[in-house]
Design a protein around this ligand. Structure first.
Ligand code: ADP
Length: 269
């Protein structure tokens, strides 16, 4: 017969609690480390454009202000640094809101091709500056309906295309490809840029992580773009995959469920 000894029962309960506490403490410590690291990263990232702006202003005060050409050049540089600072702060807010679960997606049904045309229009100037061809490849003229947050999904595709432009040589290309399978659409952003070495491929979706090579090339950007993409796609129940080879190029892709035409027509969207 198994008669339970109440004392040993209590002892094992105490042991359980102690273990639970240890786990909780470990978890809290991990979160604390994470928070400190995040803050250290933020301060570092914020200081870069602040110091740059300060430098330009001090140079102007030092006498550069008297020479019109130099003055204009430094004022432009200062404005550019402040713009970078602004983007960084906005991206930081987006990341922390998404991570805290404070951003809800605004789902609606739309033709993803229309959104991509919208994206292409927005990146046109950036691409032209580097003489990069950005093109769209679609299966046919039929609309491709998805149920997604238009603006946030557009942000994802803009981030991917802009990266394809930034991490590319002059005269390169970025191709946005849509492929329709049974009930899925795959969106790919493919470039023939500098590529991402294998050892960095898992890490570039972490906040502030940059491949050394692009860091030294001093490309503008918050280092948060891909972290934001990953979060937004998670909210769409999908994930981003990456195929890349250094010096050859990169392809970022994700799937979305298709909304069938008939479904769309019969629904109240
Ligand atoms: P940012 O571009 O602001 O640095 P992202 O989060 O968008 O931040 O990207 C993180 C890093 O991933 C970049 O710094 C770059 O090293 C690398 N990366 C992203 N997209 C590409 C690409 N298409 N080709 C090569 N490297 C890329």
């Amino acid at each position: 017969k198994s008669s339970k000894n109440p004392i040993s029962g209590i002892k094992s309960q105490i042991r359980d609690y102690a273990e639970m506490k240890e786990e909780e403490i470990a978890q809290l410590k991990k979160m604390e480390r994470y928070r400190k690291e995040f803050l250290a990263n933020i301060s570092h990232e914020l200081k870069t454009p602040i110091f740059a702006t300060q430098g330009f202003i001090l140079t102007l005060l030092d006498g550069a202000v008297n020479d019109k050409t130099v003055r204009d050049r430094f004022l432009k540089k200062a404005a550019k640094s402040l713009n970078a600072l602004n983007i960084l702060v906005e991206d930081l807010l987006t990341v922390s809101k998404i991570e805290a679960g404070e951003i809800s997606m605004d789902f609606e049904v739309f033709d993803i091709q229309i959104m991509i045309v919208d994206v292409l229009e927005q990146v046109e100037q950036k691409a032209e500056k580097k003489n990069i061809t950005v093109s769209l490849e679609v299966p046919n003229d039929d609309p491709i309906y998805v149920n997604a947050d238009y603006n946030r999904l557009k942000q994802v595709v803009i981030n991917l295309v802009v990266n394809g432009i930034k991490y590319n040589e002059k005269g390169g290309w970025v191709n946005v490809i849509l492929q329709v399978h049974d009930n899925l659409v795959t969106l790919m952003v493919k470039d023939n840029g500098m590529g991402i070495p294998l050892e960095d491929q898992n890490r570039i979706f972490e906040r502030f992580y940059r491949v050394e090579k692009s860091r030294t090339k001093k490309q503008g950007g918050s280092g948060l773009g891909l972290a934001i993409c990953k979060h937004i796609l998670e909210q769409h129940n999908t994930s981003i995959t990456l195929q890349s080879e250094a010096e050859v190029g990169s392809t970022f892709s994700f799937d979305l469920n298709l909304v069938q035409d008939t479904e769309y027509e019969n629904s109240e969207f």
